[in-house]
Design a binder for this molecule. Structure first.
Ligand SMILES: [Zn+2]
Length: 243
């Protein structure tokens, strides 16, 4: 096993403890409650203003419908009055038909207004619900932000110790190799470095079981650390009986 391989393997061993602490913190009740509240609060303003815009559009529709309704009502009254004083038979028939038409329009408008009213009531309800959830989430945020901070603080010393150990090792590790490791660590791939027992003569990635070309295996036997093309884990070769 090359010096660099030993170093990166040792690095990962220590990093494993750091990862465990991170996982514990991220998976905690404190983190979950904090994050869900933060997520809600980050979008609530947008959602509230979206509802306000909708409410404004519906209100405008409502006002327009009411104006139309009143206009039809006035027309109907006018026809009614004219019918009372009309003596011409033919004209009377025409007016009656016109009156019936406008009455149908009034009935139609009543339905439209009732539908808009329902839409307004629904929006109002939704707005109220969002406001209520906002209150709950605000309280959840205020409660869990300091709790999460407290949890993080309780791990602070241990984390600092591990990070100091890692930093010391990092100074001895090849820069390109360290960067490759760091990228995968950021991508939440863990473990990152895998050893492949060359004595078994099996050319499969020890993590994802993708088969590897002969040239890849040759380089491993020469002490190189290679990247699996499929899972991008870092692979090194070793022989159990050789030091
Ligand atoms: Zn793989």
């Amino acid at each position: 096993m090359s010096e660099q391989t030993k170093l990166i393997v040792e690095y990962q061993e220590i990093d494993k403890n750091l990862k465990a602490i991170e996982d514990e913190v991220n998976g905690s009740e404190e983190a979950k409650k904090y994050l869900s509240a933060r997520k809600f609060l980050s979008t609530v303003k947008e959602n509230l203003s979206e509802l306000e815009a909708k409410a404004q559009a519906v209100t405008e529709n409502y006002n327009r419908a009411i104006a139309d309704f009143e206009k039809y009502l006035a027309t109907a009254k006018e026809y009614e009055k004219t019918v009372e004083t009309c003596e011409n038979e033919e004209e009377l028939e025409y007016l009656k038909k016109k009156f019936a038409d406008v009455c149908a329009q009034i009935a139609q408008m009543e339905q439209t207004i009732s539908a808009i009213s329902k839409e307004m009531a629904d929006l109002y309800k939704e707005y109220g619900k969002l406001g209520q959830t906002n209150k709950v989430m605000r309280a959840q945020y205020d409660e869990y932000a300091p709790k999460l901070e407290e949890l993080k603080n309780s791990k602070k010393e241990e984390v600092a110790k591990l990070k100091a150990q890692l930093k010391k090792l990092e100074e001895q590790i090849d820069k390109t190799l360290m960067e490759k490791y760091a990228v995968r660590r950021k991508d939440k791939k863990f473990p990152i470095v895998f050893g492949l027992d060359l004595s078994k003569k099996l050319n499969y990635c020890p993590f994802c079981a993708t088969s590897m070309p002969v040239s890849f295996m040759e380089e491993l036997s020469l002490g190189a650390i290679k990247e699996c093309e499929s899972c991008h884990r870092l692979i090194y070769g070793f022989e159990p009986n050789k030091k």
